[in-house]
Design a protein around this ligand. Sequence first.
Ligand code: MF3
Ligand code: CO
Ligand code: CO
Length: 250
Amino acid sequence: MSIKIKSDREIALIRDACRLAAEILERSAELAKPGVTTDEINTFVHEATIKAGAYPSPLNYHGFPKSVCTSVNNVVCHGIPSDQVLKDGDIVNIDVTCLLHGYHGDTSRTFIVGKVAPNVRKLVDAAERCLEEGVAAAYPGSHFGDIGGAIQDLADEFGYGVVREFCGHGIGRNFHEDPMVLHYRTRNRGDRIQEGMVFTVEPMLNEGAPGVYVAADGWTVFTKDGSLSAQFEHTLAMTRNGPEVLTRLD
Ligand code: MF3
Ligand code: CO
Ligand code: CO
């Protein structure tokens, strides 16, 4: 296993997959409303992906049964769409990954459903800021460990728990490839970031303690203490001048 350096041609293809994923995620915002089921979000993402000539990467990935992950409230990630009805005051992370012309693009956001309590909005805003700090720490010559350091610094200011069991990842022909992009500080700065590397940053922040467990379904990840969890994800390509965020729509 090693970190692949992508050619300009490959990055152009990943850019297309990322744009599609970002567009579908943006359009799914209007489904993050009270009364909508997470299965309805799945149907929308599935159909929009197929209509665009792409494949929804989660579907059958290591047996995952649906086309998108929908993670509500105290679900950290890998929530399976179901007949669960979103209600006023919930938060839901929608994580969209598209496989287009042989390359994957991966992005997620946590949406606020209706009107939420101030502490909830604060957690969601902090998670988005942590993603931005993580991306800003990535430039040619910095190290993968610097990304987690920047995220942890901001999360610590709020006293939020940074989830350690799940990380960002290289992406391209494979949904998940080297490196693992940790979201917390380590003693070792890790590999150096180079031009042509393409990877995700996707911090998960818990309002309480960082611990998680996986449910009996083998997928759904919950916070151990029952606290809320929020996540944002971008895919980025490293250029000579810094990160190009491939899943940001302008
Ligand atoms: N999209 C998730 C990520 O950001 C992975 C989901 S894997 C699945 O890496 F099988 F649950 F879809
Ligand atoms: Co990802
Ligand atoms: Co994802």
